[in-house]
Design a protein around this ligand. Structure first.
Ligand code: BGC
Length: 709
């Protein structure tokens, strides 16, 4: 008999339900129901895991209480380690811009190392909700709009967090939020989602399947309802798809208070019903609603829930604790006083690679002889914003502000700082000082954007322009710069794309600097000065107007595609169809060009492997790198396929004057798509394959090939 089986046999119902109960500590507040003193509950075997509690002393005290309970079962400790624990890396949406799965893995591994050293054994990450609506603040937590990118991100993060062995330093990954949460109606957090089963199969579910295939230990269902069925009680998807079809045996952890919210959703009559619905759907652990602990006994009595289900859930929790090595010697818990040295260097590397140069009319890199720099705007000296909305145990005030980074990078320059206006609010009284600074400067740098809490959970917005009076400040400062013939550069710090078409027109250069984490200022200075090239590329289409949303490159063809000369075609009367910047967009200081595109065969069958060769040349004077995307289009299928589907991406570094080839290998079976019955269908017919530096179709090089039966 295994230890888990022995324990299960020895448990009372109360102890079993304790294992299924996750309570909160008080070091962070991430939901509407606050945590409190839990030691007595733990000692009574009524709590099996904790969230929002970390650090040597606190974890050891809680673990001691657990070991003192009748059966002495250790706790596991979970926390939202989305992009770093003590060392804060760029927000996931920013890190996705690097298009570098190895970087994604390394930052996850560093985060897990620090989390584990702080006693944490589960990270509520990665967040892999495909998001095509930047009104939704949680777009910041994930890798953007594309399911293929999200799947690679998912695998890289799970592999990084969990490491080769959960018992030796890995943290259990809890992939979230299953499923289609990114499609919340109107972009309003927690709102209903009503997307087709096809959209779930093609777009929203694949990153979760990828995580599970990579061995992800746990999964969190999303808060929202999918066509009327809250995900916390979604039997077809949890029990049917995850458990039965994919064979997932890991732990399903509810979101915060989500079991009790089944009542508010309007599907459960009371707490016993809510608990039974979640349990019977496959949710093992009840985070912070206590419905399992308090009301499953009643649900059992009333025949709403079964003991088999409870036993299965407890077994999964115990199996995870075994895998984490928690039953063995006291887990080594020691505080990480300062960030591990290499984590700091990694934070800088990741931050540099996350920056996207959106426009550049010759203003960047900064001229070496710029002596006086006007550094203007509410994000210029805002260290506390740089870590973004999910900064885990990072010390926000320690992040390097843009001002500090620039001062360190350019000691010979005079940097005249003036905030001008606040991030939000109506006060414009500080603007004149800021404009005065612009009147004597050789270059104007405007640091604009959102505050950290303007994105993330419960942070939806309908207007995605610059908040408050920043737009006015920017216009005035750019006017001054223009009159004086000096460049005006804009840095956008934000958790989502900012809609600002006039700013993109007026400024001499604009960079998306997102929330880059603790090394933000240093990384930004490196890119502004040209010490590092701008290599980030957009993992989302950047809208030019909120009314375009959802805007994404994988749209399906319409029967009336836009033609300027025909008004009965798909268009807006007041806005272009194309986004401001396409998925994949990003400029560099180096100039690499595509020179050739070849495929090893023009006809292929299901079992074949296609090889693509992309020739590139660096014709400029600066060494550099390019990110190349490979798309396909299935021209005639039983179900219309998107205009572009991303199949591969890759990066190549070339010295000045050098030429090179990037090779992509694509098994033809990956061109199958969910057919009428949602099972994979590989259909003969014409395909197009395209490569380019972004999803802007005008810039793609395309060739044709034929799928054979
Ligand atoms: C969020 C989750 C998070 C959980 C625990 C919830 O409010 O939706 O993403 O993991 O809180 O902090």
């Amino acid at each position: 008999m295994t230890r888990a089986a022995r324990l299960l046999a020895a448990m009372t119902l109360e102890e079993k339900l304790g294992q299924l109960t996750m309570a909160a500590g008080t070091q962070a507040l991430t939901g509407p129901v606050a945590g409190g003193a839990v030691e007595a509950e733990i000692a009574a075997g009524r709590v099996g895991s904790l969230l929002n509690l970390w650090g040597a002393d606190d974890v050891a005290a809680a673990q001691k209480a657990a070991r003192g309970a009748r059966l002495g079962i250790p706790l596991f400790f979970g926390f939202d380690v989305l992009h770093g624990h003590r060392t804060v890396f760029p927000i996931p949406l920013a890190e996705a811009c690097a298009f570098d799965p190895e970087l994604w893995r390394r930052t996850a591994a560093a985060a897990a190392h620090e989390a584990r050293a702080d006693g944490l054994t589960m990270v509520f990450a990665p967040m892999v909700d495909v998001a095509r609506d930047p009104r939704w603040g949680r777009i910041t937590e994930g890798p953007g709009e594309d399911p293929y990118v999200a799947s690679l991100f998912s695998v890289a993060k799970v592999t990084g967090f969990q490491g080769p062995d959960l018992a030796r330093g890995g943290a259990a990954a809890c992939v979230k939020h299953f499923c289609a949460y990114g499609a919340a109606e109107g972009g309003r957090d927690y709102a209903s989602v009503d997307v087709s089963e096809r959209a779930v199969a093609e777009v929203y579910a694949p990153p979760f399947a990828a995580a599970l295939a990579a061995g992800c230990a746990a999964l969190m269902p999303a808060f929202m309802d999918l066509a009327g069925v809250p995900m916390t009680a979604h039997r077809p998807l949890l029990e049917g798809w995850l458990r039965r079809k994919l064979g997932f045996e890991g732990v399903i952890v509810s979101d915060y208070n989500a079991v009790a919210e089944l009542i508010v959703h309007g599907v459960a009559g009371g707490r016993a019903e809510a608990a039974a619905m979640a349990l019977q759907a496959g949710v093992d652990v009840d985070m912070m609603s206590f419905c399992y602990r308090d009301s499953l006994p009643e649900a059992l009595d009333r025949g709403l829930a079964s003991m088999d289900r409870i036993d299965a859930a407890v077994s999964r929790v115990l199996a995870l604790k075994e895998k984490l090595g928690l039953f063995e010697a006291e887990p080594s818990v020691h505080p990480v006083a300062a960030p591990v040295e290499d984590a700091g260097a990694l934070a800088l590397e990741a931050a540099r690679r996350s920056i996207v140069l959106l426009t550049n009319r010759g203003a960047l890199p900064l001229a070496g002889d710029a002596r006086v720099i006007a550094l203007i705007g509410p994000l210029a000296d805002a260290a506390e914003e740089m870590d973004g909305p999910w900064a885990a145990a990072g010390r926000r005030a320690d992040a390097v502000s843009i001002r500090r980074g620039l001062e360190a990078a350019l000691p010979q320059a005079e940097i005249v700082y003036a905030q001008g206006v606040a991030i939000d609010g109506a006060d414009f009284s500080g603007a004149s000082r800021a404009l005065d600074a612009c009147r004597t400067a050789d270059v104007v740098i405007l640091c604009l954007g959102e505050s950290a809490p303007m994105s993330g959970e419960a942070a939806s917005r309908t207007s995605l322009g610059l908040p408050g009076r920043q737009g006015e400040l920017a216009r005035a400062a750019i006017d001054v710069a223009r009159e004086r013939g000096v460049p005006a550069v804009v840095l956008l710090s934000s958790g989502r794309p900012i809609v600002a078409p006039a700013l993109f027109e007026a400024a001499d250069a604009v960079l998306a600097t997102w929330f880059l984490g603790e090394a933000a200022g240093c990384a930004i200075a490196d890119v502004l000065t040209g010490r590092a090239d701008a290599v980030g590329r957009l993992p989302v289409s950047w809208p030019r107007a909120e009314g375009q949303i959802p805007v994404y490159f994988a749209q399906r063809p319409t029967g009336r595609p836009f033609r300027a000369e025909d008004s009965y075609t798909s268009r807006y009367l007041d806005c272009a169809n194309e986004p401001q910047f396409a998925f994949g967009h990003g400029l560099s200081y180096a100039s690499l060009a595509l020179v050739s595109f070849e495929i090893d065969r023009r006809a292929f069958r299901f079992g074949d492997e296609l090889r693509f060769f992309v020739g590139l040349r660096n014709a400029g004077a600066r060494d550099g790198e390019a990110t190349v995307f490979l798309f396909s289009r299935d021209l005639a299928a039983s179900v219309a396929r998107p205009l572009l589907e991303l199949r591969r991406f890759g990066r190549i570094a070339l010295r000045a004057g050098e030429a090179g080839t990037l090779e992509f290998v694509l098994p033809a079976r990956e061109l199958a798509f969910p057919g009428a019955d949602l099972e994979p269908a590989f259909e003969p017919g014409a395909f197009e394959f395209s490569v380019g530096f972004s999803a802007d179709r005008a810039g793609l090089v395309t060739l044709a090939a034929q799928a054979l039966a």
